[in-house]
Write a protein that binds this ligand. Structure first.
Ligand SMILES: [Zn+2]
Ligand SMILES: [Zn+2]
Ligand SMILES: [Zn+2]
Length: 335
């Protein structure tokens, strides 16, 4: 399907906006403001086994032949597609646009309609992580893609429009602001890598550590912006997810599962966004790939939207203590 997607530049902030009109036609386009159940119609779930023909042909399939455990299919309502180069066109002093080129893929986590990341076993999650690696590797070889955003939206309030647990991979033709801000953070940090330093200092502090299995740590970051925010960091320094070892990748899959189960147990809520940040493909600066776990417990309100300054009502120290169920051994004021 050819779309008329477009990037438009916000001249006030310098941020690109993707206008993807076709996406408003997808089922349940507008997420409700609470975790209402998914709307069920009589159509079978397109991601369940037996409905494979309702999606375009798979980009990758994992599992024994004749069956599958993980599938990656093109998104029927892509926000980004095509391979036009990132050439900006100015249609007047404040109207700047560019083609919304790239690729938009759906990663079906398993055959099971009811099992999200928190319910899958380590073996399945290792396959999921391999699928992410393989697709990012394919994107890295594309002429037009400069960065891939991998996400999992779980729960209606976190933006999921299909109930069957899935992730999305969006390969885009520019480096988005969130990433260039993080790249600037790595460049600003004096004395090595900011996340390698974080690993070392959080291991010493202990009060925000949620999980540490040598290869990967999960912390409630000191700078958490939302309640129960978590940051997953592989302990060996690597800029690119798709160049990481299979063992690191499968450990990341497993610790995310553990962290999500802790979240569900501690808060009773399970809506969240997983945001994978890996270096843009042809960037030379320092970067250390990581995954943000952003529980969807609150909504951004006017002050946060107006200033970009988050007000977090749960300190990361309290969050870590609640998540791990550990006694308050350390004073919250302690670094
Ligand atoms: Zn399904
Ligand atoms: Zn590092
Ligand atoms: Zn990040």
């Amino acid at each position: 399907m050819k779309t008329n997607n477009q990037l438009r530049l916000d001249p006030l902030t310098g941020r690109w906006i993707a206008v993807a009109e076709g996406r408003s036609y997808r089922p349940s386009a507008f997420a409700p403001d609470s975790d209402l159940p998914f709307h069920h119609n009589d159509l079978p779930c397109p991601f369940c086994p037996g409905s494979e023909s309702s999606s375009p042909p798979a980009l990758e399939t994992y599992g024994p032949s004749g069956s599958w455990t993980v599938r990656v299919v093109p998104n029927l309502y892509p926000a980004f597609d095509g391979d036009e180069p990132m050439v900006t066109t100015t249609k007047g002093p404040v109207f700047t646009q560019a083609p919304a080129s790239g690729i938009h893929e759906v990663l079906i986590l398993s055959q099971d309609h009811a099992s999200g990341w928190a319910d899958l076993d380590d073996r399945q999650l290792a396959v999921v992580m391999s699928a992410i690696r393989d697709r990012m590797d394919a994107h890295a070889h594309s002429k037009v893609i400069r960065y891939s955003q991998v996400i999992v939206n779980h729960g209606r309030s976190a933006g999921a429009s299909m109930e069957h647990p899935h992730g999305q991979l969006l390969g885009i033709s520019f480096v988005p602001r969130e990433l260039s801000d993080e790249q600037a953070g790595f460049a600003r940090f004096v004395g090595g890598c900011v996340l390698c330093a974080t690993i070392e200092l959080e291991r010493t502090a202990g009060s925000r550590m949620i999980c540490d299995n040598d290869e990967v740590i999960v912390i409630a970051p000191y700078w958490s912006a939302v309640p129960f925010e978590m940051l997953v960091i592989p302990t060996s320094h690597s800029a690119h997810l798709h160049l990481s070892s299979p063992s690191t990748l499968s450990e990341v899959g497993s610790v995310i599962n553990r962290a999500l189960r802790m979240l569900r147990e501690a808060t009773g809520h399970s809506a969240y966004n997983l945001v994978f940040h890996s270096s843009p493909y042809r960037a030379f600066g320092n970067f250390h790939w990581h995954v943000h776990i952003l529980p969807k417990l609150t909504t951004k309100a006017g002050f946060e939207l107006g200033t970009g300054v988050a007000i977090n009502i749960v300190s990361p120290e309290d969050a870590a203590q609640t998540l791990t169920g550990s006694p308050d051994l350390l004073d919250n004021e302690a670094i």
